[in-house]
Design a protein around this ligand. Structure first.
Ligand code: HH2
Length: 285
């Protein structure tokens, strides 16, 4: 059977904070949005108890990692001041770090990265690829994991007119350059996960090209994370609003795993976990 149709891959040891993860089996990362305006409509604002309940439910449903964010990156979303983002995140990081699973924080601001790590985060997920002044310095001297994502432009305007000559080659070159910058700053490769950034400055055609060739990004030996859950590309394909994209999201997660993704970042944990169980059973039959 061709390797791209299996869910098991070569051993990847991923170091993130308190954890050393074996990513030979795909992991499900549950999204907990501490926002009021996330595109998926499931943000819990700054309510620590609601965030904790959401995290516990996600773990119960089979998630192996958590990703929390306090600023929406959807086009047109409200900008959140650094101090507000820190105030929203820190109590939740402190509460969720006790759950005993890798805790990721989704931010592009260096001061927020520092505060999140001090509060107990294991992984920093930066949709800006650690390009902000001070971002490399915020993570380099720590032992946190890093998710390095590609984005063309910046969140407010990125979907206005995304343009590429060859989207796959350009995203690959960007990720390679960021890994080199991180390594030059002293970050070990074992701490890095790559993400082509579905929907971040990309048309439907760009997103489909990236999903079809996701293996390209895994070829360098670093694990790949894919975030497709409920995204507008799935709405464009199915004609369905955000609240009705479960089937499309599960299909997209499976396709990503079959093409090499080691972590899928999802809103709908239980359905994704079930789908991955089916994929694994077929692989092992
Ligand atoms: N997508 C979103 C946010 N963060 N991080 C990574 N690494 N990859 C992604 O694809 C990704 C991400 C957007 O999704 P969501 O957090 O649900 O929405 P919002 O930004 O509106 O809060």
């Amino acid at each position: 059977m061709p390797a791209r149709f299996t869910c098991e891959r070569a051993m990847h040891s991923f170091h993130c904070g308190r954890f050393r993860l074996d990513l030979s089996r795909p992991q499900v990362m549950a999204i907990i949005n501490l926002t009021a305006d996330s595109f998926s409509g499931d943000g819990v604002g700054s309510d620590v108890a609601a965030a904790l309940a959401g995290a516990e439910a996600a773990l119960e449903a089979g998630a192996q990692m958590l990703d929390i964010g306090a600023e929406s990156t959807r086009p047109g979303a409200e900008l959140v001041a650094e101090a507000v983002e820190i105030a929203r995140l820190v109590p939740v990081v402190e509460a969720l770090a006790r759950l005993g699973v890798p805790l990721s924080v989704d931010t592009l601001k260096p001061a927020v990265m520092r505060a999140a790590l001090a509060a107990g985060a294991d992984l920093i997920n930066d949709v800006n690829g650690f390009r902000a002044p001070g971002a490399l310095e915020a993570v380099a001297g720590t032992d946190c994991g890093l998710c390095v994502m590609h984005m063309q432009g910046e969140p407010r305007t990125m979907q206005a007119a995304p343009q590429y000559g060859d989207v796959v080659a350009e995203v690959d070159a960007f990720l390679t350059e960021r890994v080199q910058a991180l390594q030059a700053a002293g970050v070990a490769r074992e701490r890095i996960v790559l993400d082509p950034g579905f929907g971040f400055g990309k048309t439907l055609a760009h997103n489909l090209a990236l999903l079809r060739t996701l293996d390209t990004f895994a070829a360098g030996g670093l694990p790949v994370l894919a975030g497709l859950s409920r995204k507008s590309m799935l709405g464009a394909i199915t004609g369905r609003p955000v609240a009705q994209r479960l089937g499309a999201s599960v299909a997209a997660a499976l396709l990503a795993v079959q093409r090499g993704a080691r972590i899928v970042r999802v809103h709908d944990v239980a359905a994704t976990v079930d789908a991955l169980k089916v994929l694994r059973a077929v692989d092992e039959a």
